[in-house]
Design a protein around this ligand. Structure first.
Ligand code: ADP
Ligand code: ADP
Ligand code: MG
Length: 658
């Protein structure tokens, strides 16, 4: 076996690879950029090598620096993680030429499969069912329009070298193509240094189902079943699971066989993923093959008991697969939630900043489920604008899907993050949705279920009781500290909902008499101290965790996706409170405010100009993502306070209308 491996990546995946290497007794080297000098991966690796400035193009993407680091440290092999150089055939070849083993497929397989146009040509020959479309390069906008009209709208414009949901756009009509083709081309050029574009039919409301394959250098290929990754925003996955609630044994076997046939046809010899879009009727079409480890590989590990990084290392070393297809079985159900530094309340825009607090749920066994959290960060670390805004990957495993979902909802409750926008409340909302729980998934799920964007959910009756109980218990503790005598009756406001709560404490059990229902909270179970941002307790024996923040006269409490101000008041102060006028919110309809911190790419309006509804006002870029800001209604521009090239903060006023 190798004695030393270099990891040409960062963050969560670098940490993930280190963990397996440690278990196998292999020494590790990580390379790092200026932005990652104090990272967890650098701390955990046996050795680390500095490779340059923060922008990936000057560090993680420079093959020379990676090869040089291998030579300098005597690393025999390179694990590329995902992203960066992982699907770069030139780099894999370069490693071979330099006598360093690339822990991934052979360069020929990457070449054939790593490119979407080439892989479709290949798949068609191997008898794999493909999305209808034009398998070839598109020259210019006129050509794009012609092809789109031949295929029939809607179509999808895609960068051949695309990945990570970048370089992809749906077009519903000619105007969309005329606008979208140059935009995708520019994005492809900027993100992948390759502006070849193709166009295929857009399958409406499909599901994303992919097959994990694994091969060795001795001609064996098996599949490790499927993952369903239909919950996506911006064509990028946020929640994945294995197995898929759609598939039956027959479809699973058919998709598995096609994936294995394709892998075998290209001499695939590592871990890889064959992605399909599937109709609700279980028809399926090949999308692309990812010739690398996939972000969501943990769910496959949880249902098969295999370590995919170990399997990749063994294959790269030349070991034959230690099992056959028939030896593999699906055990239970696993779900992954990608915890992102992004603001779900603002169209999931990336949010950068410091993890002022980072307190994930403990990993390991619970009564009905198991928790795994793959992270590359610690409290105090910074999520910078240079790389992917992923904070961690939270997984739960359980014998059944519903138990795994319930476990995920609880694990998300326990996840505490402060300092930047993050999507935990959104993920919790999905876990609580009947549609998600029923397994009726589609890639349009987020657009279908949150057409106006995510704004949190209204508390259910149970959640109102949870917030009430937490509020009363915290208030009681604070009052006791202040030397107040415990009262027997309070008026509790949860948002606008007001009710009288009789409270009785006997033998450490706080009983709350609520209209209709009695609830008890065992004070011994409560984990909270003044100043702590989370309150853990159990209502009628059912455990819960809420986030709490102090607010004038009370608390702001969040349980899952529901967030309310909670005030515990005497009858008299509640009465006074009811008479206070509500503060009016600022009128933001007459201005354009920056939805995220970023760089102004273009300012498309000037003072005095009349803009029509839908007209582009400006374009802002952050984390390599361009965000087009459009006018919501016809208006005359009164002021313009930013120009192309300016850095702007979130909420900064960019344009005001008369
Ligand atoms: P990437 O390389 O960015 O992962 P993919 O080709 O895998 O790009 O597409 C990403 C996502 O976009 C898919 O998971 C799917 O949800 C959606 N998608 C891609 N192609 C199509 C299509 N032809 N019809 C419908 N949805 C598609
Ligand atoms: P997958 O197809 O494996 O589910 P995605 O397509 O959603 O994953 O994202 C893979 C993308 O992650 C890469 O193409 C790249 O943009 C990004 N990426 C690269 N390196 C890292 C990293 N160290 N951590 C997180 N994301 C990364
Ligand atoms: Mg994909």
């Amino acid at each position: 076996m190798f004695s030393k491996i270099l990891i040409a990546n960062r963050g969560e995946i670098a940490v993930r690879v280190i963990k397996t290497c440690r278990r196998l007794g292999i020494k590790t080297v990580v390379v790092y950029s200026e932005a990652d000098a104090d990272s967890l991966a650098v701390e955990m690796a046996d050795e680390s090598v500095f490779i340059g400035p923060a922008p990936a193009a000057q560090s993680y993407l420079v093959a020379d620096k990676i090869i040089e680091a291998c030579k300098q440290t005597g690393a025999q092999a390179v694990h590329p993680g995902f992203g960066f150089l992982s699907e770069n055939a030139g780099f894999a070849q370069r490693c071979a030429d330099e006598g360093v083993v690339f822990i991934g497929p052979n360069p020929g397989a990457i070449q054939a499969m790593g490119d979407k146009i080439e892989s479709k040509k290949f798949a068609e020959k191997a008898g794999v069912s493909c999305v209808p479309g034009h398998i070839g390069e598109i020259d210019d906008t006129a050509h794009a329009v012609r092809i789109s009209e031949e295929i029939g709208y809607p179509v999808m414009i895609k960068a051949s070298a695309g990945g990570g949901g970048k370089g992809i756009r749906v077009a519903h009509n000619r105007q969309d193509v005329e606008e979208g083709f140059p935009a995708v081309r520019a994005e492809a050029k900027a993100s992948f240094g390759d502006d070849r574009i193709f166009i295929e039919k857009f399958i409406t409301s499909p599901r994303h189902i992919e097959i994990q394959v694994l091969g060795d250098k001795h001609g064996h290929v098996v599949h490790l079943f499927e993952r369903e990754c239909s919950i996506q925003r911006r064509n990028q996955k946020v929640i994945e699971e294995a197995p898929s609630p759609l598939l039956d044994e027959k479809t699973r076997a058919e998709m598995g066989a096609q994936a294995v046939a394709l892998a075998q046809a290209v001499g695939y010899d590592s871990a890889g993923t064959v992605e399909f879009v599937a109709g609700q009727d279980k028809s399926f079409y090949f999308l692309e093959m990812n010739t690398r480890l996939q972000v969501e590989h943990p769910v496959t590990e949880l249902i098969t008991g295999l370590d995919l990084v170990e399997q990749m290392i063994r294959s790269a070393y030349g070991e034959p697969l230690a099992f056959k297809q028939d030896d593999l079985k699906i055990n239970g159900w696993a779900i992954e939630s990608r915890i992102y530094a992004e603001d779900p309340y603002r169209k999931f825009l990336p949010s950068i900043g410091r993890l002022v607090r980072y307190d994930p749920p403990a990993e390991g066994e619970r009564e009905t489920y198991r928790v795994r959290n793959d992270a590359g960060v610690r409290e105090g670390d910074e999520i910078s604008m240079y790389y992917d805004p992923m904070i961690s990957k939270l997984c739960t495993w359980a014998p059944t899907r519903i138990e795994a979902i319930d476990g995920m909802a609880r694990a998300l409750e326990d996840f505490y993050i402060e300092g930047l926008g993050q999507n935990v409340p959104f993920l919790a909302a999905v876990m609580d949705q009947e549609r998600f729980r029923s397994g009726a998934l589609a890639t349009s799920y987020i657009a279908d279920e949150f057409p106006e964007g995510f704004a949190g959910t209204a508390p259910t009756a149970l959640q109102t009781d949870i917030m009430t109980a937490a509020g009363v218990a915290m208030h009681r503790l604070l009052a006791a500290r202040a030397g107040g005598a415990p009262r027997r009756e309070w008026t509790v406001l949860v948002g606008h909902d007001s009710r009288v709560v009789a409270v009785d404490e006997t033998d450490g059990v706080l009983s709350l008499y609520l209209a209709g229902e009695d609830r008890t909270l065992t004070l011994d179970d409560v984990v909270w101290l003044p100043g702590r941002p989370q309150f853990k307790g159990a209502l009628n024996g059912v455990p819960f965790t809420v986030d709490v923040a102090p607010a004038a006269e009370g608390f702001v409490i969040r349980h899952r996706a529901a967030k309310r101000k909670v005030l515990v008041l005497t009858a008299r102060s509640a009465e006074l409170h009811g008479k206070l006028p509500e503060k009016a919110a600022a009128d933001t309809s007459k201005m354009i405010i920056s939805p995220m911190p970023g760089l102004i790419v273009s300012m498309d309006v000037e003072v005095g100009q009349t803009v029509r509804e839908g007209e582009i006002v400006c374009v802002i870029e952050a984390m390599k993502m361009q965000n087009i800001i459009r006018a919501e209604k016809e208006a005359v521009v009164k002021t313009v306070s930013a120009k192309a090239g300016d850095s702007v903060a979130a909420d900064e006023v960019l344009v005001e209308f008369a």
